[in-house]
Every structure is written in C-alpha cells, then in structure tokens.
Design a binder for this molecule. Sequence first.
Ligand code: DOR
Ligand code: ZN
Length: 456
Amino acid sequence: MCWLVDLVIRNAKVVDAHFSGMVDIAIEGGDIGALLSPGTACTAAQELDAQGCIVMPGLIDAHVHLREPGLTHKETIATGTAAAVCGGVTTVLDMPNTAPPVSSPQILKEKGKLVAGQAWADVGFYALLGPGMVHQLAALVEVGCVGFKLFLGPTTGSLPAPDWGELYEAFQILADLGVPVVVHAEDRAWVECGQAQVSNRGVFDYQSFLIQRPKLGEVSATQQICLLAGATGAPIHIAHVTSAEAVEVIGRAKSYGWSVTAETSPMYLFLSDEDYAAVGTAMKVLPPVRGRTDQAALWAALRNGIIDMIATDHAPHTPADKDQDLANAAAGAPGVETLLPLLLDAGRQGRCTLADITRWCAYEPARRFGFPNKGRIQPGGRADLVIIDTNEVWTIDQSQLHSKSCVTPFHGRRGVGKARYAILAGNIVMADGDLVGRPRGNWVKPTQGGRASHAR
Ligand code: DOR
Ligand code: ZN
C-alpha cells in the first residue's frame, strides 16, 4: 500500500488502554489514518522515528485552572497549555472559577474566544453550577460546556452552591441532558465546624489544617451528592478524592448503578501529611492531602476502578500567594507538567502499568466528558499523541516548568520519562521541551451523545 499522508510516525511502540504493539502511524487531516505494519511503504510530507520511545494518546487532564480571564497574574491560557504540552497533555478541561465565573452562556462564549491563537493544547470549559442558574443550564450545554462544576465547600473564588432544592431541580435537568456535574465535595457546614475547632487550638500546624477541612466534610458531601445523583439520575463526577472513606461511599454508589465517576490527583497519590515538614505550603491544596492509609486506598481504588481517572487540579498561584503561613497561603499547585513523569516513576516501581496510565489519563476522561475521538490510538481517532522516551530519569526542577506558577510540591522528586514530542491533531506542538510553531489548540466541545454514562 502506498499513498501520501501528512505525517508518519515510524516504529511506534503504541500503548493505549486497549492495545499495545509496534506500528507505523499514518496521520492525515489531523486524524489517525491507519496503523500500519512497521516499514509499510507510504509517502509522508513529514516523518518521525519513534524508535526506542513509546507512543501514548495525548493525555487529557479533566481538572485544570487556567485562570483566564481575570486571574492572569497566576496563569494564562498560553502558559498553562504550554506547560500541558510539555508534559504530554494535549487536552485540558478548564474550571469556571475565573473572573467572572462562567455563569452564563455569554461568559462561556467570551471565554471560548480566548483560546484561538493562545492555546498550545485543546481546551474544553466547565460552566459553574451556582445559585440562580437553573434556567441557564440547557443554554450553557448548547454553547458547549463539558460539564458543570459545583463547589459544595468554600475554596478559591468563594463561589457558593445552590441550596438543595435548587440542586434537585438542576440535577433533574442535567439527568435529561446527560451532562455531568463535577463536584468539589466538602460540606460547608463541617468546614465551618472545623474552623471553629481550629480557632480554639492556638497554633495552625498541618494537623490544624486537617481539622479545619475534615474528612467528615468530604465524606458527608460525597454521600449527599451521590444520593442526589441516585435520586435524579444525573451523572456526577467527584473531583479530587482524598480519603479511604470517600472511596467507600463512591464504591457503594457505583454498585447501585448510579452514574458516578471520580478522580484523584497526583498530590494525593504521591504526598501524605508526613511530607508537610519538608515540602511546606507548596502542598497546601483543598481538600487537603491526608494520611498514608488514605494514599494507599486511593491507589487501590484506581486499580479496582472505583476511581476512574487521575486529573491534576492544576491550580497555579503566585509565589507570593504561596509564600505565607499555612493558614493564609493560597491553596493549589500546578500539576499538568509533572503528571506523566510522576506516573511513569510509579510505573517503574510496579505501582501501575503504562496501559493504566493511558486509561486513567486519556481514555476515561475522554469517555466521561464526551470526546470519543480522543484518548485512544485508533484509525479515525484524533491524532493527539505523545512520544515519550521512558529511559530518562531526571529530577523535577521547578525553575524548568512552563506554568507561571512554578511552586510545585514535587520539586526535587524523581521524574521518569521525557515527553519528546507532543502532537496535536497531527501537528507537532512540542519537541524536546520546546514549543514548536504556533499555538494550535482549539476550544473543544463534547460530542452530542458522546458521553458515556458509566452507570454499571
Ligand atoms: O486547592 C485548590 N485550589 N482547591 C480548589 O478547590 C480550588 C483550587 C484553586 O482554584 O486554586
Ligand atoms: Zn480545582
């Protein structure tokens, strides 16, 4: 067979959630045209040799704060997506706690316009599920949000949740629309209770932080929201799961057949409260990083499918925002560029396989949020790819990261594997750590009917 294609990747050791093997990947018009036996005759405008590397689907990070508009001193679409592609992430789903928050179709449209010419990766947007928004939900879906974010507890942006009556109504509408609600599951009442307990303590150490944002708050919010999902049929996705107890609740909700998915982040998988003494406020995040038993439970939940995916909660702040005492430091850390090297290191230690990584960081987010043409390497799929040299072992250095916020809790940790090339819709956008060409990312919208329900 011999024809002309745009790009051929030779000797590609492909790893995705369902397939691994050596192929040549022929790319035409931004899509994967064919997977060929190595050496198949085929003329290409451009050719890459992936010998010695592995090729994965471009990763999809379902939880990223790009901070634009309004908070561009912390991050921009340009800097956040540059960091993404340098880390092998070719699609990011951006959170709505920007300024203004994404609370109307008009604001979503305006946000969408910021992508073209700025973004190095594809960007999808969540809308807010806030008070008084029930009548806007269908229109926001029409404009193309990937889902709705519900903040049940206080966090960056101080965005309140609707009351339960209004949430019930919203969930009924979203059940009909089949659009997921991503939930920051911390119960405000328990956070206020924790705050009161901490005030009596005198000191604010890491233990105080854990008291201020108790597990009780996470578990109770997770339980409530799962019950509402069960009662209404609305798809929900629990963001940044941190505790063994929340895993139990999610597992039970799934066993009832409710449409519940969940993510955890590298913060909770690679850090525990014991690290605070060495790492400091760089690891302050909401909900907090908890104990080692929780960390082990999160890994187990990923392996048994109770937690479906890993998303970074890339939440950049300025060094000045972070360089405060624990009580006052901003919560959140960049993560999109360190995701892959941390997971590949875990892989090297036998904690997961390469196929697991692509399932958790590409296939599952694509399925849940409506991108059936992404997250896999298959003919007809989008040619979003990352070519990785897995032999490189290096040390994560915050001064080398591309986010505006370089305050990472993973500074000094071992990273494994370097993303040699990131390819977005058939175009090389990053090579050996350098951005290539112009920002080609698009505002991506879910495919109608492309969201898997995940109900079991
Ligand atoms: O630590 C966090 N940072 N948790 C959140 O829920 C929000 C995020 C941010 O936007 O800074
Ligand atoms: Zn977040």
